[in-house]
Design a protein around this ligand. Structure first.
Ligand code: ARG
Length: 474
């Protein structure tokens, strides 16, 4: 059956047909297209719009096609897209009665429905993977509850924390990425089918029924919107881009932390490369490739938004050009997610180096100032000034944090404020001890192992509440 034979006399050149066909990326919606055709035909029969006999013949051919697979189709760009290829197949099997399948249906509502079906599945797959990743991080965190490291701001030593606390910051990002996907899933879960070309149909179709048969919560309530809208794609790709950003940041840290200067992490050989000229090199190529490839998601998001922004409402063929960018985004993300998980979970975190760095460079300074507020009653700003000066003097004299004592602080305070502090020396030492600092930060979100354990419990509870069958929180 040639789509062009009625209205048009001329044929497209091969070049134009190849250029305008969506067949190549329509492979992704082959299964979904069979489902929508089956649901639509079932509904047409139930409503008495087509006869049972014809409906059953159509469905029989669709079942055969599903068994035979996509290779049974004639995938020539002259047939334009998968919807025509499927209709041609049914025509080949049952003859011209196949044409009844297209009653009250357009490729415009069908492609939107197919895309939603395929994308919903893809989202659930990614969500499942995300939950596994969060679990992997939880296990790593539990092994490192007491493993100290220095926390950074501006990439400068800031305050003592633990590897567990840091790793769980990734888990919280991933949990939000999960939530964004869940929101997108929930919002797209209304069915465009029955919108037809743009204004529905005068046939007495039952849109609730097709929505139900296809696993949607109901039909979309405006048929022009039904064929026009691709915000569900833009929204999902944004969620994936944000997730890609999370992965890229994890990789960035693995790259930095595995340098000789940091030496806080060692990647396994499986996730490293070497140099063709420098025999000593162990390079974090895999992390670098993920950092690079996740940029593809940013590009795809911008491309999709740019295609959408210039279109008037209703169906315009430009919409077809959105979909290859969607699948490129999901494919890139799927690989990046799996590989980042493997790389992070196999990496070795260097506890001894973490401890060395946490003591090396005055990361206890904030706690020392806090001590002056607590024990001496100084305003924080004054305490900040005294400790800041103490660090400068200590650095000038080549002293380490552990060399700072009550007497030294008194000298600085005397000079700056005219008064001594008279803090007990053991209290000063305690304030300078990173382990004590970590243990006392037990407010919500802090690095104290007891608080980190509580957050782990919350994360576990979040995961347990999710129905593993559909990966959505009830
Ligand atoms: N291949 C098209 C797409 O992906 C299907 C809809 C075509 N509709 C049309 N009126 N030409 O958007």
């Amino acid at each position: 059956m040639n789509l062009r034979s009625g209205r048009l006399k001329g044929q497209m050149s091969r070049e134009v047909a190849d250029f305008t066909s969506s067949l190549e990326f329509d492979r992704r919606i082959f299964q979904a297209d069979i489902l929508t055709n089956r649901a639509h035909t079932t509904m047409l029969m139930e409503q008495g719009i087509i006869s049972r006999e014809i409906g059953e013949k159509i469905i029989g051919a669709l079942v055969d096609l599903e068994k035979e697979g996509i290779d049974a189709l004639e995938l020539d760009t002259a047939v334009e897209d998968i919807h025509m290829a499927v209709e041609n197949y049914v025509t080949k099997v049952i003859g011209p009665d196949a044409g009844f399948m297209h009653t009250a249906k357009s490729r415009n509502d069908q492609v939107a429905t197919d895309l939603k079906i395929a994308l919903k599945e893809e989202i659930q797959k990614i969500q499942k993977e995300l939950l596994i990743f969060i679990e992997v991080i939880i296990e790593m965190a539990e092994e490192n509850l007491d493993t100290m490291m220095v926390g950074y701001t501006h990439m400068q030593h800031a305050q003592p924390t633990t590897f567990a606390h840091h790793l769980l910051s990734y888990a919280q990002s991933l949990k939000r990425d999960y939530g964004r996907l869940q929101d997108a899933y929930h919002r797209m879960n209304l069915c465009p089918l029955g919108s037809a070309a743009l204004t529905t149909t005068s046939f007495p179709i039952n849109r609730e029924r097709t929505a139900e048969l296809l696993g949607f919560t109901g039909p979309m309530e405006n048929s022009i919107d039904g064929v026009s809208s691709r915000d569900f794609i833009a929204e999902t790709v944004f969620a994936l881009t944000m997730l890609g950003t999370t992965l890229s940041k994890i990789c960035e840290e693995l790259i930095i932390w595995s340098t000789y200067e940091f030496r806080m992490v060692e990647l396994t050989d499986e996730f490293s490369s070497t140099s063709s000229i420098m025999p000593q090199k162990k390079n974090p190529d895999v992390a670098e490739i993920i950092r690079g490839k996740t940029a593809v998601l940013n590009g795809e998001l911008v491309t999709i938004l740019t295609i959408m922004k210039s279109l008037p409402q209703s169906y315009n063929r430009d919409l077809q050009e959105v979909t290859p960018h969607l699948w490129n985004a999901t494919d890139t993300l799927n690989s990046a997610l799996k590989i980042t998980m493997g790389m992070l979970s196999s990496a070795e975190f260097k506890g001894a180096r973490g401890e060395e760095l946490v003591r090396a460079n005055f990361s206890a300074a904030t706690e020392l100032a806090d001590l002056m507020v607590r024990d001496v009653g100084l305003p924080f700003r004054t305490a900040h000034q005294i400790v800041g000066r103490a660090v400068t003097v200590a650095l000038d004299k080549g002293m380490k944090a552990e060399d700072i004592d009550a007497h030294f602080l008194d000298e600085i305070s005397q000079e700056l404020t005219g008064e001594t502090l008279r803090i007990d020396d053991t209290v000063v030492k305690q304030a300078l001890n990173p382990r004590d600092i970590i243990n006392t930060r037990k407010v919500i979100g802090g690095p104290a192992p007891s608080m980190v354990q509580k957050v782990i419990d919350n994360l576990r509870e979040f995961i347990e509440k999710i129905d593993p069958n559909d990966c959505r929180v009830e």
